[in-house]
Design a protein around this ligand. Structure first.
Ligand SMILES: Cc1cc2nc3c(=O)[nH]c(=O)nc-3n(C[C@H](O)[C@H](O)[C@H](O)COP(=O)(O)O)c2cc1C
Length: 440
């Protein structure tokens, strides 16, 4: 079935993945759950609390074993002083606990970011948390086109009700093929979880278990955030507590999430506020030291100057890397004027998956130019819309040091393995578009 071996590998173009959701030609099997928009690593009909309690869904637990192609060690890449077997990882979000980290580590991903943790237990929002969208083009990040709503499609997770039941006759663009709305084949979702988190006691057990699930050539970054309005604590003091929990659990790098589009008006654009970013990072480093490198997670920037100011600020504080982008914040509505899809208290949410790839690539291209021109010494993580192996190559060509995926990880069980094959066939290297060398 497979010609994949540990060490230098041979690659057969005729390889067919043994996965029940796929036909032999790689298309989705019409009886598969993925065919019906089901993530293999997450149950969209249940809350984060229920997913944590139940563990991986059956379809994620019962994936056929895959044999991965491992690069020889002299072809491994360096990221934040760690040796990674390849430049692909999973972004903050889909890896809820050590069980999910173990899954990613076994399916072709090497830089695993543990879902954003807080200083305290937080259950997050009720359902729905994930809604599929009718989108068939790349989303802009600035200009009037950003103001208009995007529309939900297909069933409402958790309700057991299809949107067509709510709005009889509405055109939903439902193909039921798990490939997104319209005829574009886009995997497009919005997510709104309210950043749930385990508490420090549970994390003290689970973070070391997650680190223990890694193989040589892999690393775990822990994503952290502060919470505004904690009694007696500033956002920064609360962030420091989360950082201490992550460090005590054995994090080898910390990712500071400054970009979640759902945290509320006062922090919507924290990552765009250069003085605030500098003060926050300097304060964090003063409290927790420089034992492990820091990454900052950003969203997209409407203009180059704003990005330059923030990258300069990050460079001054000695941060190791910047990562972008997070989901693009948009209004998400039910079709036919039926109102906000997530309910009246959540009119906007982060859009992820295929439609944000152009914005993510633009972030990486601009950031790479600024980092090089200003000699900032920052490493760069490319995120956004990576749902196929060749998307990873596009990000590396645009200047990313490593690439991560969230939505692609959850809905595309073979993405990591497919990329490892492509990476091998490229000779474990890629030429950057700016001609300044490349990965590998
Ligand atoms: C289900 C889900 C949960 C997410 N949770 C977080 C989170 O806790 N912290 C964070 O920084 N980003 C979070 N994100 C954003 C992703 O890290 C990523 O920036 C974004 O989804 C764009 O990448 P994608 O197009 O590959 O999904 C989440 C994304 C998804 C899909």
């Amino acid at each position: 079935m497979t010609d994949f071996v540990q060490g230098p590998c041979t690659v057969s173009p005729a390889r067919v993945f043994a996965f029940a959701d796929y036909n032999v030609d790689g298309s989705f099997h019409e009886n598969s759950e993925i065919y019906h928009n089901r993530a293999y690593s997450y149950d969209e009909d249940r809350t984060w609390v229920e997913n944590m309690a139940n563990g991986l869904p059956e379809r994620g637990r019962n994936l056929p074993p895959c044999e991965r192609c491992w690069a020889p060690q002299d072809k491994w890449v360096t990221f934040l002083n760690h040796k990674l077997a390849s430049p692909l990882g999973v972004a903050a979000g889909p890896l809820l606990s050590s069980q999910w980290v173990r899954l990613a580590a076994s399916r072709g991903f090497d830089c695993m970011t543990y879902k954003t943790i807080r200083s305290h237990y937080h259950p997050g929002h009720g359902l729905p948390n994930i809604i599929h969208l009718q989108v068939d083009e790349q989303l802009p990040v600035s200009g009037p086109a950003c103001k208009g709503p995007l529309y939900a499609r297909d069933r409402l997770p958790g309700s057991g009700v299809g949107l067509h039941d709510l709005k009889p006759g509405a055109s939903m663009g439902i193909r039921g093929d798990g490939l997104g709305g319209g005829s574009s084949g886009m995997l497009a979702i919005t997510n709104s979880f309210g950043m749930p988190s385990l508490g420090p006691e549970q994390l003290a057990e689970d973070l070391p278990a997650a680190a223990a699930a890694l193989n040589p050539g892999q690393m775990m970054v822990v994503s952290i955030t502060g919470t505004p309005g904690r009694p007696g604590l500033s956002f920064q003091e609360d962030l420091v507590l989360a950082a201490r929990t992550a460090l005590a659990g054995g994090a080898t790098a910390l990712e500071v999430n400054l970009s979640c589009p759902n945290v509320g008006a006062s922090h919507v654009a924290l990552y765009q506020d250069a003085p605030a970013v500098e003060a926050l990072l300097a304060g964090l480093i003063e409290e927790v030291g420089r034992k492990v490198p820091l990454v900052i997670k950003m969203g997209s920037f409407p203009d180059c100057d704003g990005m330059r100011r923030v990258l300069q600020a990050a460079g001054r504080t000695g941060v190791g890397a910047v990562s972008g982008i997070n989901g693009i914040s948009r209004r998400v509505e039910l079709p036919g004027g039926a109102g906000p899809a997530l309910g009246p208290d959540r009119p906007t949410s982060g859009v992820c998956g295929d439609p944000i790839r152009a914005a993510g690539l633009e972030f990486v291209t601009r950031a790479r130019q600024i980092i090089a021109a200003e000699d900032l010494g920052l490493e760069l993580v490319g995120v956004g819309g990576v749902t196929q192996a060749n998307h990873v190559m596009e990000y590396l060509q645009a200047g990313a040091d490593i690439v991560q995926t969230a939505t692609g990880f959850m809905w595309r069980p073979n993405l990591g393995i497919d990329f490892q094959r492509l990476w091998a066939s490229s000779g474990y290297s890629v030429q950057r578009a700016d001609g300044r060398g490349g990965r590998g």
